[in-house]
Ligand binder design. Sequence first.
Ligand SMILES: [Zn+2]
Ligand SMILES: [Zn+2]
Length: 395
Amino acid sequence: MSDGVGKVNVSDAVLGIEEKVIGWRRDFHMHPEIGLEEVRTSEKVKEHLSALGIPFKVYAKTGVVGHLDSGKPGPTIMLRSDMDALPMTEENDVPYKSVNEGMMHACGHDSHIAMLMGEAEILAKEGLERGSVKFCFQPGEEGRDGAKLMIKDGVLEDAPKPDVILGMHVWNNLPAGQTAALDGGCMAGVHEFEIEITGKGGHAAMPHQCIDPILIGSHIVTALQSIVSRKTNPLDRLVLSICQFHSGTAFNVIPPSAILCGTARMFDKEIAAEIPHMIEEIASGVARSLGGTVKIDYDIKLPPTINDPVVAAFARGILAGIVGEERVVDAEPSMGGEDFSQYLAEIPGAFVFLGSNNPAKNADMPHHHPKFDIDEEMLKVGVELALRFVRTWGK
Ligand SMILES: [Zn+2]
Ligand SMILES: [Zn+2]
């Protein structure tokens, strides 16, 4: 049981902006928008950056990146927030409940936008000592390829190129007050695949005249499970699930084809690179041995979110100064995916978990739950973390 966020060491500037950040968070919470359709959200962000005199550029239609430049040498640090909500109906009874039917900020991205706006405001007002900061407001994190689209639009290439990236997520898997910046993998890689099996159809009573794709598919489902722990080290976290098996139209007809669909989740980069070949080899080998063929559609949706150990250790050092060393914990990585991984595949950075679970504030539901809410006191911790990161990284 947690006592809530409790005592934390944050600056007067952050305390001074806390109420505003919570207000923004509640406004975004009330007006959630689905990935790649964050039109109002994007406008609010642009208005805010304009008012602060921070120039910005639009990426992936609703993405916005503000650039605060000191004009002096130093690192270019990218701070990233996602902006999208989920297509689901909110069941919370709060004054800031979603007014958009069938849409809800049930992952906490509303908090991320608000924190990043607060960070921009403080840094713009106090001025940067060195280098520059890019405030990256990214659309479409929830399965809509937002980060990929931003990168395609040049967000990591446009001058000055970011040297390092910091992302954070309010995290109801941890009690409010606790934080984590893990070394290495913190969120899983997400692969999706479809295997189309072609055999030869015919009469159910004369299977010897056929090549049965359902039998082939059944062997493939079983054989694929031998990847986990037989082809990969049992100590490496890997899940492979076949979630769809479609075939056939009648009791007495062996169909000509079958389709299997599934997903693989992993943390290790090498495994992520090998899995598509292992699946291909097993599926085509099994099919061939039974007289059929396969066609595989393989989609690497997301690489694993792999923190750079140097950046993660740096973030942990800062967090220890804010919440106390005992509340910088070794949290469990998540088998869920996070498209911050797309940036980490290109440049070093870290993804930080900000514990936000607090039953005393009705904030103890899991992410993506219709009653998801957070302990908003954690927002000031995120803002403080980003500010200290900007001021001290690379010094
Ligand atoms: Zn989510
Ligand atoms: Zn999320």
